[in-house]
Design a protein around this ligand. Sequence first.
Ligand SMILES: [Zn+2]
Length: 279
Amino acid sequence: MSDNTIRIGNVEITAVADAAGLTAPCNLMFPSIEATAWHAHKEFLSDDGSSMNLSITSYLVRSAGKTIIIDTGIGAKDRPFFPNGRLPDALAEIGVSPESIDVVANTHMHIDHVGWHTTLRGEAYVPTFPKSKHLFNKDEWEYFTDPEVANAGGNTYILDCVLPLRDAADIELVGAEYRVTDEITLLPTPGHTPAHQSFIISSAGETGIIWGDICHHPAQVTELWSPVFDMDPPLAQKTREKVVQRIEEEKMRLVAGHFPLPGFGNIVRVDGKRYWRAG
Ligand SMILES: [Zn+2]
């Protein structure tokens, strides 16, 4: 297995980079946090300490005979301020065709998690994974596809990444009780978005979590800071605290798509504080 693949019991998870090596100014993502508070987390900052290192990673999950993609990255729609991602090329490099994906799912419906749900072909946005079932959390779908929300300034990616699926793809709107497979269940982790969800892997006595944007940066595992993108910061912070504690207590494998590639690791305690440790 390459460094980009882990197993949790019988479930295989491969990190597939849509966009790697990105940076974002710390004071833009976390305006209320003093620059000095970042000093303890230099390992995951740019050389001058002013910017966070970031990745946009999708996860290819193989479980119970199904091939699943969780989060589809930023896409390649030439948007201002965002890089173009390369998920389909990255999948091709490991021998995975778009047609072989059975299920596309996402932790939430922000721009960097539904980007490759569609691809522009000629004049039309078509499903990138044409034979796939597309799973969405029902409450998240209802919020983001509301015309008033979808047409608002920062949300118009919904118009080209999500709405074209309505007539062209197999969509299933699901609640927290849904099982993706017998080994993969959903955990409501709201706050970053109204119905942000995480994927709990439980197989052959091992457990893990694919946690979307509960934290964007390893420093948050220790500090529990909320970034500007949290839609409900107090709720996001409560969720973050609860999930970080559970991961530590249950010794779950953590899969974090915005952390340095491949985003696999654990939460460990050093001198009374929690830290993310890659591995
Ligand atoms: Zn994100």
